[in-house]
Design a protein around this ligand. Sequence first.
Ligand SMILES: C[S@@+](CC[C@H](N)C(=O)[O-])C[C@H]1O[C@@H](n2cnc3c(N)ncnc32)[C@H](O)[C@@H]1O
Length: 232
Amino acid sequence: MELGEVIENKIQQCCVPVDNILSLDANYWSRQYDNKTTNWDLGMASPALVHFVNTIANKQCRILIPGCGNAYEAEYLLSQGFENITLIDIAPTLVAQLKEKYEDNKNIRIVLGDFFELEGNYDVILEQTFFCAISPILRSIYASKMRELLSDDGVLAGVLFNRIFEFDGPPFGGSIQEYLLIFENAGLTVLEMSPTNMSVLPRLNSEAFFKVKKSNKSIPENATVTNTCSIK
Ligand SMILES: C[S@@+](CC[C@H](N)C(=O)[O-])C[C@H]1O[C@@H](n2cnc3c(N)ncnc32)[C@H](O)[C@@H]1O
């Protein structure tokens, strides 16, 4: 098998395809964890997110990871001293394991539930293969929900697939042009949206890094970010 085919198959096997996007519910996701059909799982924090997290100076920032899965990014945040992390995932077995793992850790809160029903206010929200896992018809609701959850200076950042898949999702792909419209239409200001090479090998040349914020206030050139959660 050619390298390209191996890479394509690895992405293809990422999730068990569904005939009906409406069946992407808690049962579907739980089944994937129970059957260990979790080929999306990198086994490590996403390199692009690690790079982004390294730009956040304030360890008290309220950070949310929706559709967190095994939450390797949370492990990285904890290792860097972050003190206010919230994880949410809809899959009960996974969440039970996370709750057990972080039972004694006061810096992390784990929620079993639907992201679209979550309430709260966050300074930083991290996106890592959650957007591509939900039905594309929910994308504008995703963006509006993100806007609702972000604090005034809050930032949503992460990676999105910058390609179309030839097979039924999840994952569901898309393009930078499409994503720009979705976020702008939801009233978010796009700070960055560009192809990234900070991807693991199977996703190389197929991801975009993005950063959007709620406020459209411009940040002065010389603004210091050490004691705030504002991200440039
Ligand atoms: C493709 S997996 C990615 C998991 C993790 N972010 C990673 O990169 O390993 C998508 C995750 O989103 C969760 N999920 C799907 N729909 C959700 C929803 N509406 N609310 C919260 N979590 C959801 C699934 O249970 C699953 O863990």
